[in-house]
Design a binder for this molecule. Structure first.
Ligand code: HEC
Length: 202
């Protein structure tokens, strides 16, 4: 019994001295932003070249970079020609995504129908955006439209930052759908739509 009592006293003392050693934190003075640290682009002793910020090792790839065939990433073949067929499957969902991104990203200049009859275009005196319904642009391979969307063309900026790879191909697919919508022949419509057109359009 006595032994246990001594033991308890010792444990109690240890707990007291531990508390005494604690340095109270002043959350104003000890914020991480105010603590001693090395800063980017400043010298630092941690590495042999004395720099804090180390260049990434050769061949480092950003985590979000899509790696794959150039037909998919650049819209060109190994021989350097624009691809003329889509490198990803075209689904209704993809075209819907394309519609959303086109209307959000491109339509301010090129218009909802791609005719480029817009307020913005009318104010562009230098070189207004061309109609995407123009025969020459309709004749462009999809790889070219993808390149324009990704890297820009002349006065038009690229949209690789705003749209990821899938969204850019979706926009190209939607541009094709828009072009078809304004240039389709009646005989190209499915029979039920052809019927509806005949009954509704005088
Ligand atoms: C800020 C206005 C603006 C926006 C937004 C814009 N464009 Fe353009 N676009 C232009 C202009 C201006 C040109 C003509 C550039 C030139 O000739 O220098 C052009 C040209 C083009 C061409 C023709 C290029 C060729 O090969 O001749 C295509 C295709 C095109 N745009 C597609 C798009 C798509 C797709 C988007 C959306 C991702 C988009 N544009 C967004 C202004 C815009």
């Amino acid at each position: 019994m006595r032994r246990i009592a001594w033991w308890l006293v010792l444990v109690g003392l240890a707990a007291c001295s531990d508390e005494k050693n604690l340095v109270p934190l002043d959350w104003e003075l000890n914020r991480m932003t105010q603590q001693a640290r090395y800063t980017d682009f400043k010298p630092g002793p941690g590495f042999r070249d004395g720099r804090v910020l180390q260049p990434p090792p050769a061949g480092t790839v950003p985590v979000d970079r899509v790696i794959g065939p150039t037909t998919l990433t650049l819209g060109i073949t190994d021989a350097g020609d624009y691809v003329d067929t889509f490198p990803i499957p075209i689904t209704t969902e993809l075209i819907e995504l394309g519609r959303n991104r086109f209307e959000r990203t491109c339509a301010a200049c090129h218009g909802i129908l791609g005719t480029s009859e817009t307020e913005v275009a009318s104010k562009m005196t230098l070189r207004p955006p061309p109609s995407l319904q123009k025969a020459s642009i309709r004749g462009n391979p999809v790889g070219r439209i993808y390149q324009v969307t990704t890297f820009g063309y002349g006065l038009m900026p690229g949209y690789a930052i705003q749209l990821n790879l899938e969204e850019r191909w979706a926009v190209v697919a939607y541009v094709r759908a828009l072009q078809l919508s304004q240039n389709a022949r009646l005989t190209q419509l499915p029979p039920d739509l052809r019927q509806r057109f005949r009954s509704e359009v005088p």
